[in-house]
Design a protein around this ligand. Structure first.
Ligand SMILES: [Zn+2]
Length: 372
């Protein structure tokens, strides 16, 4: 059995438009590529395109934005030429961006689910066409084939999946089991989903659900895993007596796992519901976001992936990981992970494009219908 990991990475400024692009995007992506290349691995960058389009649009009045946009393109060219993949990521708050006194003011909704279907279609098509125009001079076969939504917003919604399918996107990776946001900018709830691990055809109005029939787009959830030790049964029982909803227990178990409203775009911690039925606490799920994990947590992540992959009985199992270039403060865990992956006989690294080819080529069973 082979596990096919995708080292995906959302490449962008911060959700409110702040941050120095040269520092948290350009310098960091180069360093990350060096780390992966030293071990023969290829990353897949979900580049945030609406930010880039706004920089280009306002470059006549603000030459500094034009210079940044040109450097952005140079970096993306360079990364792609070095063998890494580049795919589509959209943060719709950039659609209403204003630039004043060297600062961005982004007043558009952060969630693509809040936009009318025409706007959504335009955003997706514009982003896809921009990337294809940018990269086809380097590689005529380049296609924009995958999507991760900004702030993970993909469901429920009646038109976003249709717009992606219409644009030729092969698969979406915006579902991540356990995510739950109720913040000023984003509301979503992926605590109860039909399939947390394997590819499936989604219901076109709710990507959290498996469809009754094959559809024109596939969902592959981004991996999440339970980290931290669950409380011992006895301790859980004692605490449960003192609380009605388990919320205090959650706080006790997971003091650091809170969604910070102002950083909701990249704060990927979440909690699994208290399981009353079994009466035990409590796993907590976190997105496999490499920028937020120690090497020990990365090993826990891989243990979880191996256990679930073995249970499938499949010859090859695809797994999408996450990263945020802008949040990598320390490259040492990533260096150790890259070495570990390159030496592990059961792990191989694919790009998002490789994964799309495998989906189109029928390499993996795609869940739908009665087996949902
Ligand atoms: Zn993002």
């Amino acid at each position: 059995m082979k596990i096919q990991l995708v080292l995906a990475d959302d490449w962008e400024l911060r959700g409110d438009g702040s941050g120095d692009m040269r520092v948290i995007q350009f310098a960091t992506i180069r360093r990350l590529c060096e780390v992966y290349e030293a071990c023969g691995l290829r990353a897949s960058f979900n580049v945030e395109v609406l930010q880039q389009l706004v920089h280009r649009r306002l470059s006549d009045e603000n030459p500094e934005l034009g210079r940044l946009a040109a450097e952005w393109e140079e970096v993306v060219h360079d990364v792609y030429q070095r063998g890494h993949d580049v795919q589509l990521h959209l943060h719709p708050q950039w659609t209403n961006a204003r630039y004043e006194g060297g600062r961005w003011s982004l007043s558009g909704s952060w969630s693509i689910l809040d936009y009318e279907s025409d706007r959504v279609e335009d955003m997706i098509l514009e982003g896809k066409e921009y990337l294809e125009e940018l990269l086809r001079p380097l590689d005529p076969s380049y296609r924009c084939i995958s999507f991760r939504s900004g702030s993970w917003c993909i469901a429920p919604n009646g038109h976003v999946l249709n717009a992606l399918a219409k644009a030729g996107i092969v698969f979406d990776m915006s579902i991540a089991e356990g995510l739950h946001y109720d913040t000023e900018h984003v509301q979503l709830d992926y605590r109860v989903i039909d399939e947390p691990f394997l590819p499936y055809y989604p219901r076109m109005d709710d990507a959290r659900r498996i469809a009754a029939e094959p559809q024109s787009i596939v969902c592959l959830p981004t991996h999440t895993f339970s980290s931290g030790k669950p409380l011992a049964r006895g301790a859980a029982r004692v605490l449960r007596k003192r609380t009605t909803l388990g919320s205090q227990l959650d706080r006790f178990v997971a003091p650091n796992d809170v969604v910070i409203p102002n950083r909701g775009y990249s704060t990927d911690y979440s909690r699994r519901n208290w399981d009353n039925r079994r009466g035990t606490a409590t796993s907590r799920l976190r997105v496999s976001d490499l920028s937020a994990l120690s090497f020990g947590q990365m090993r826990q992540m891989l243990t979880d992936i191996r256990r679930r992959a073995r249970a499938t009985g499949w010859a090859v199992v695809p797994v999408v990981l996450e990263n945020h270039t802008k949040d990598i403060g320390n490259f040492v865990p990533l260096e150790r992970l890259a070495k570990y992956i390159s030496a592990a006989p059961d792990l191989e690294v694919l790009t998002l494009t490789d994964l799309a080819h495998n989906i189109e080529g029928g390499v993996y069973p795609i869940r739908w219908g009665k087996n949902r």
